[in-house]
Design a protein around this ligand. Structure first.
Ligand code: SF4
Ligand code: SF4
Length: 77
């Protein structure tokens, strides 16, 4: 099963990942990170497809995806 890992303190709450997720399983937290932003959270992990669109979309490289024993991380341009 894919595992979505959000680095909360890198997140700026822009919601791009929330909009990109085809399963609509991401949302912003009620609490705040160290920068004072609500951060992305996975609401329903078992429904994740492992498509990685959220991680690819994130401009702050705040999301990594664990899939089939591989951790996918994307890099700042
Ligand atoms: S990997 Fe795909 S399905 Fe899973 S949370 Fe990210 S965008 Fe949604
Ligand atoms: S796209 Fe990145 S910075 Fe924006 S809400 Fe999602 S995790 Fe946070």
């Amino acid at each position: 099963m894919p595992k979505v890992i959000v680095d909360a303190d890198r997140c700026k709450g822009c919601e791009l990942c929330v909009r990109a997720c085809p399963q609509q399983i991401l949302d912003l937290s009620k609490g705040f990170n160290v920068k004072g932003y609500s951060y992305a959270c996975v609401q329903d992990q078992p429904r994740c497809l492992g498509c990685r669109l959220c991680a690819i979309t994130c401009p702050d490289v705040a999301i990594a995806i664990g899939l089939n024993g591989t951790m996918y991380r994307f890099f700042e341009y």
